[in-house]
Design a protein around this ligand. Structure first.
Ligand code: SF4
Length: 270
């Protein structure tokens, strides 16, 4: 059974670390601003687990967020965790993909990327310290974990890391998130014009219309995503079940569909 802390109790705990994990999405960004504005005395640590394959818009958004917060966003990667130096042209995703998973691309059924590139680096960064992890689930979300038939969204199940849900505690909804971002001058991330989620440019949770949006906005990244499908060791993998990206580029343009609260990866897409 997961122990969840109420925000007011967590904020009073001066002995623990206070971690705000960021995905580059609107909700976690709004939470960072909300906490920084309301509790300037709390030494929040703003943390971003970088897969090395985020959208360019996300990296720019973090730079602007740092100005709004007046604080650094700490970037952590799986490479630090694996004791490997960063080199140009070899990002954390590639290292884990080829050195640990033999080129086997992640998928909704085998989501090793979230575990290896987001969760483990996060846990390593916290170590054995007692910490609160502030998670940006909104009060108006209908996630199964909050309707009594599943687990709440967690970044880690380590007993020293306690989740806190400030937006749920304080009734913060989608409209409030938009308002917090607008009033801060940051606004929502630009990629929401063509894509519904934060995360890697090749995220397998993308809809067909979003892959087509990637091709229009970032043709170089679309081509790069295609190169992963050519496979190694004579094996081929595709990002989309049963379809290659070459198939997708030949399909007629599809619109982006609304997604449910349970769609995708709650860790990467908040
Ligand atoms: S954004 Fe998608 S591809 Fe990237 S780590 Fe998360 S689930 Fe995996």
């Amino acid at each position: 059974m997961t122990t969840v802390a109420k925000m007011e109790d967590a904020l009073r705990d001066a002995e623990a670390r206070h971690i705000v994990p960021l995905s580059g999405g609107k909700d976690s960004t709004a939470l960072a601003i909300y906490l920084a504005q309301r509790h300037p005395d709390v030494p929040f640590e703003y943390l971003f687990s970088d897969t090395g394959a985020e959208l360019p818009e996300t990296y720019e958004y973090f730079e602007r967020l740092e100005h709004v917060l007046g604080r650094k966003v700490t970037r952590i990667t799986a490479l630090e965790m694996l004791g490997i130096a960063e080199k140009p042209g070899r990002n954390p995703f590639d290292v884990v993909l080829y050195d640990h998973f033999s080129g086997f691309l992640p998928s909704p059924r085998s989501r090793w990327c979230t575990r290896m590139l987001k969760i483990h680096p996060f846990e390593r960064h916290i170590g054995s310290d007692r910490a609160y992890s502030y998670i940006a689930i909104r009060a108006d979300e209908k996630r199964s974990g909050y309707l009594g038939n599943g687990k709440p969204v967690l970044l880690s199940e380590q007993p020293n890391i306690t989740p806190v849900y400030p937006f749920k505690d304080n009734g913060i909804t989608f409209d409030d998130v938009k308002r917090i971002l607008e009033e801060s001058g940051l606004g929502v991330p630009e990629y929401y014009e063509w894509r519904s989620r934060s995360g890697c440019y090749f995220c397998f949770y993308q809809q067909i219309g979003e892959w087509q949006g990637l091709r229009e906005r970032h043709p170089d990244l679309f081509e790069k995503a295609k190169t992963y499908e050519s496979g190694r060791n004579g094996r081929r993998y595709t990002w989309v079940d049963g379809r290659s990206l070459s198939d997708i580029e030949n399909m007629s343009r599809r619109a982006m569909k609304p997604k449910s609260d349970d769609d995708g990866c709650a860790i990467c897409h908040l």
